[in-house]
Ligand binder design. Structure first.
Ligand SMILES: Cc1ncc(COP(=O)(O)O)c(C=O)c1O
Length: 269
């Protein structure tokens, strides 16, 4: 069931996992295998209650995966890292550094606690790797990826980490999240706009006060067609919202005020 803030509700999850193991209707009970939580949802940037979900997942004998594609880089920031409490209890975590890591796509990573967890990647196939060639020193890219054909995505990430370091990235994360809070404040203070919720990461949902879905969709398309602004959209239990996913650490308060003015000017009367 969707919760108002778009996070996974532990009570609902507990009921769902219990029902799986003890189905009310005929049929063999299923064993829950994997719970997928999200640290930074695409729609609102919300973070699931990771410690509660880790407890529940363990109690039901399942594994926990956390999609931290968006929120994972908060780990760089001493200020925002506590939002990811519980992440270390996941069996696997995905990160996607094309958002709060400032990489061009593709920049996805799968993190596992032990190298042995990647054993399935060592699968051999005679047509792909000849052991005598590998032993003779020819490069063998198998065992490094789920995919056989892969660009060297890790190089740009390694260069960024080397150049900026943990603190450099933390600074970018902190500034970007600060810009989102500034934007939310501008919206909150503006009598013609409503704010969906105070941002957790850098996503801010807003709309002209009381705007229906058609109005919201129209504003977004007008701004796009006229080449003025690229806003996202998010469908929530309270209807459609304009979505600003802020990712530029150099965004100023003036930029954000101009964006709000643009939206106001493109709102159908
Ligand atoms: C929460 C979340 N998970 C996954 C993805 C997609 O990841 P990928 O592009 O690596 O498939 C996104 C967006 O890029 C996202 O916001």
């Amino acid at each position: 069931l969707p919760t108002p803030d778009g996070t996974l509700d532990p009570h609902t999850l507990h009921t769902a996992l219990t029902d799986l193991r003890h189905p009310g209707s005929p049929g063999a009970p299923a064993v829950p295998v994997l719970v997928c939580a999200t640290a930074g949802t695409t729609d609102t940037g919300a973070i699931d209650p990771l410690p509660d979900l880790a407890d529940l997942t363990r109690a039901h004998g399942a594994r926990l995966h956390v999609d931290a594609a968006y929120g994972g880089p908060l780990l760089f920031s001493a200020t925002h890292r506590p939002l990811l409490d519980g992440l270390h209890r996941a069996h696997t975590v995905t990160l996607d550094l094309h958002k709060l890591g400032w990489q061009p796509v593709a920049a996805g990573l799968l993190a596992v606690p032990r190298a042995a967890d990647l054993a399935p990647l060592t699968h051999r196939a005679a047509y792909l790797n000849a052991d005598d060639d590998t032993e003779a020193g020819l490069p063998d890219l198998l065992g490094r990826s789920l995919r056989t054909t892969r660009r060297p995505d890790i190089l740009k990430m390694a260069v960024t980490l080397q150049a900026l370091g943990r603190t450099g990235l933390a600074d970018l994360v902190d500034r970007t999240l600060a810009a989102a809070r500034t934007f939310a404040g501008l919206i909150d203070d503006h009598p013609a706009f409503e704010l969906h919720s105070h941002p957790t990461l850098s996503t801010v949902l807003f709309r002209p006060t009381g705007a229906d879905d058609t109005t919201v969709a129209t504003i977004r398309r007008r701004l796009l067609h006229q080449g003025r602004a690229v806003l996202g959209r998010a469908a929530t239990p309270t209807g459609l919202w304009l979505k600003a996913t802020l990712l530029n650490p150099h965004t100023t308060t003036d930029d954000l005020a101009s964006l709000l003015k643009l939206v106001e000017g493109h709102t159908p009367r």
